[in-house]
Design a protein around this ligand. Structure first.
Ligand code: ZN
Length: 176
């Protein structure tokens, strides 16, 4: 690891450069996971993941706008790559592995990485000596927390359906 996210972020430019990479990476992974869910004939979860991809993409665009006119440092490629729960060193998103994942694993992976993103923003919000950076990072941490809640609720929702096999084309009416 060349640059640990726990390193203090001092300037707005430095923070924006990290946020930009984090949001782009997230958007890309959500799109891959959405594709994977389509392969698994789970269009509802695919749709949720596409929404999250859009949110990350919008966020990246906002960050990009904010970065206009701000001096962004040339930072070495940051190590924010999505990884698997329980294995910090292995990027399980490489290659075709994502196509073998079921809905539960997909949501677990997404939640794991949202949590890492939230922790990154929260840590910056708590430790940066720069007030603008702290404020912005706190906002972003809060938004990540909302994404985590959304994924948790969705995981709960889908776990109720896990007992029914995928080829169940006539699901019982859900009283809601
Ligand atoms: Zn998020």
């Amino acid at each position: 690891m060349n640059q640990s996210p726990s390193q203090t972020i001092e300037t707005l430019g430095e923070f924006l450069a990290h946020a930009l990479e984090l949001e782009h990476e997230s958007a890309e992974r959500y799109r891959e996971l959405a594709d994977s869910m389509e392969v698994h004939h789970n269009p509802e979860t695919a749709e949720l993941l596409r929404k999250l991809a859009e949110v990350s993409e919008d966020r990246a665009a906002e960050v990009g706008q904010r970065a206009e006119g701000v001096q962004m440092p040339e930072i070495p490629p940051w190590d924010f790559k999505w990884n698997c729960p329980g294995s910090p060193e292995s990027a399980c998103m490489e290659g075709d592995i994502s196509y073998l994942m079921n809905t539960r694993q997909t949501l677990e992976l997404a939640l794991h990485n949202e949590t890492r993103g939230r922790d990154f923003y929260a840590q910056v919000a708590a430790s940066s000596p720069n007030q603008d950076v702290r404020r912005l990072a706190a906002d972003m941490a809060e938004e990540e927390t909302e994404h985590m809640d959304l994924l948790r609720r969705w995981a709960e929702h889908t776990s109720h359906q896990n007992s029914t096999p995928q080829e169940d084309l006539d699901p019982p009416n859900m009283p809601e």
